[in-house]
Design a protein around this ligand. Structure first.
Ligand SMILES: [Zn+2]
Ligand SMILES: [Zn+2]
Length: 326
């Protein structure tokens, strides 16, 4: 981990010598992590050696010295470990997360406003923190990864996937709504006050029995799913620090029907939202759209015409299925 400016005078003056002694003396140039990093990619001692390609990624290993208790002043040999960048980043990342979680828990408890935990039983009580990727600590991680040879695509992809996982395991939702707040509240959402240190997100309680789900094919979308397993709210979160943003909107019946057809999943009706009639109307609207495209821009495009006709047939089948149910 690069030494942060605010921590610089917490390191002893002879830190370069101490660190070199650990890395190249005691450790013999090899990562000393025995699994403390918790990344679960190596059994026993990490095989990575300074200057050689790292296992898994092939990027050049740069050995660093980690403080196991994250206290720069504590330079006792048993508190120090030579670590490759992979182990060190992972070890410190968990620390950042825990620190942020502890800070937030303390703030929430002090305010006497513990949010209701709507997650499954086995997840209850876990920290529910969305890392602010604009924070200096997160930027340091990103920058170090870049310096150590990971490509921007790998780093950004990992940051977005991590943001998605944090979001679905948190009790937060985006502050920015693309539909009226009243429409969300009518569904049963209850919103708190946006987080002071990260106004992008707001504590939120879901309607009874509704859950969160990450998209299976995209890192920036997740959903709030109702008791019948239907995606009712679409949440967009781009966690990449250079363009970090989040919002959400209420899924329309039309959007629901299209996405089920696209994903080849069954459509589930009820008598208040996706009624059989509403599903037929949605399918009909999509068929009309296909016809319009077939008669305009796809007229002279054989490949697109084939695709649109197949899509139209899928919507026609949905319309037929639910017409008999109306
Ligand atoms: Zn290692
Ligand atoms: Zn390790």
């Amino acid at each position: 981990m690069p030494i942060r400016p605010e921590n610089r005078d917490r390191y002893p003056l002879d830190w370069p010598e101490i660190s070199a002694g650990i890395r190249f003396g005691r450790a013999g140039g090899r990562c000393e992590c025995l699994g403390e990093c918790a990344r679960g990619t190596h059994d026993g001692r990490c095989p990575n050696e300074h200057g050689l390609p790292a296992y898994g990624t092939g990027s050049t290993v740069v050995l660093t010295t980690a403080h196991l208790d994250h206290t720069p002043e504590n330079c006792q040999p048993d508190n120090l470990r030579a670590m490759c960048q992979g182990c060190h980043l992972h070890y410190d990342r968990d620390h950042h997360r825990q620190t942020a979680a502890a800070t937030r828990r303390a703030a929430v408890e002090a305010a006497g406003q513990l949010a209701i935990d709507t997650r499954p039983e086995h997840h209850k009580g876990e920290p529910t923190v969305i890392e602010n990727t604009n924070n200096p600590a997160a930027r340091d991680d990103f920058l170090l990864g870049a310096l150590l040879g990971q490509t921007n695509d790998q780093l950004i992809g990992a940051q977005e996937a991590r943001g998605q996982q944090q979001l679905v395991h948190s009790d937060r939702l985006p502050t920015e709504l693309r539909d009226d707040r009243a429409a969300f509240e009518a569904l049963g959402f209850v919103f708190g006050t946006p987080d002071a240190d990260d106004p992008l997100f707001t504590p939120a309680t879901l309607p009874d029995g509704w859950t969160r789900e990450a998209a299976d094919d995209h890192d920036m979308w997740s959903y709030v799913v109702d008791t019948l397993g239907r995606r009712r709210v679409a949440v967009f979160y781009k966690a990449a620090f250079y363009d970090r943003r989040a919002d959400m909107h209420i899924v329309s019946v039309r959007e629901y029907v299209s996405s089920q057809v696209y994903r080849e999943r069954p459509i589930v009706t009820d008598d208040t939202w996706a009624t059989p009639q509403a599903v037929v109307d949605a399918a009909q609207a999509r068929m009309n759209e296909c016809d319009r495209h077939l008669n305009t821009w796809a007229k002279d495009n054989a490949t697109e015409a084939v695709r649109l006709r197949a899509q139209r047939a899928q919507y026609a089948a949905v319309a037929a299925q639910f017409t008999s149910a109306t």
